[in-house]
Design a protein around this ligand. Structure first.
Ligand SMILES: [Zn+2]
Length: 226
């Protein structure tokens, strides 16, 4: 904790002073350009990987970047999405998964409950990714290790985007283009970000357009390849 407290002082005395006008403006309210939904994993810093500033991203984080389907429970995720869309007028929502996701590993790793520390809340929460697990088991039966976890994270982004559409505020606005949904994947070791290109059914690295360069495209997101 010592380093964090030291960092608080450093930020107040140095970092904040370099952006006084920005912080002065932020006191009047927020007008973020996107809602960024990602994992609670400490290695992901949304503002860092998008090179954005305070006020630009309305961020929702949880274990595994999950969005429960509407009606399954009352939860903070739904409230945050509603607030983002209705109150803040945000039109772009991004769900960003990542490589090496512990939640995805837990989802796909069969465990003996008696051999594992009891984490009933985590087990219960990950049920919101049951469809992800079933898709991976069905379409990628031969994957294992890091490749399995990465494909699971990618498929989970697509599943959670579908869950978003069950929320009334999204269901009413997505078909008309009043909100846009984006699936991203962050690669922790390289800092690269991929987006899901629905036209080709694949995750494509930002900066690798045009799309005809197939060597730059990743196979993930295309089911049944294994
Ligand atoms: Zn994660």
């Amino acid at each position: 904790m010592h380093d964090l407290v030291k960092g608080v002082h450093q930020f107040h005395n140095v970092g904040r002073r370099q952006h006084l006008e920005l912080f002065e403006n932020l006191k009047h309210g927020q007008n973020p350009e996107a809602c960024f939904i990602t994992c609670a994993d400490s290695r992901i810093l949304p503002n860092l990987i998008t090179d954005s500033e305070p006020g630009q991203l309305f961020t929702i984080r949880n274990v595994g970047n999950l969005i429960p389907c509407y009606g399954t429970s009352n939860n903070g995720e739904m409230a945050a999405v509603e607030y983002a869309v209705v109150e803040l007028g945000i039109r772009d929502l991004i769900i960003c998964g990542h490589t090496g996701c512990g939640a995805m590993k837990a989802l796909m790793t069969p465990v003996d409950p008696l051999q594992r520390p009891h984490v009933p809340s985590v087990v219960n929460w990950l049920k919101h990714a049951d469809a992800t697990a079933e898709i991976v088991r069905t379409h990628y039966p031969n994957l294992s290790g890091d490749e399995l976890i990465q494909v699971t994270a990618e498929e989970n982004v697509l599943v959670q985007l579908e869950h978003l559409k069950t929320l009334p505020v999204i269901a009413a606005r997505f078909p008309t283009g009043d909100v846009r949904l984006h699936g991203w994947m962050y690669k922790i070791d390289t800092g690269e970000v991929f987006y899901f290109d629905s036209e080709v059914g694949q995750f494509v690295k930002f900066g690798d357009e045009p799309r005809d360069d197939s060597s730059q495209k990743r196979k993930a997101g295309t089911r049944g390849k294994s």
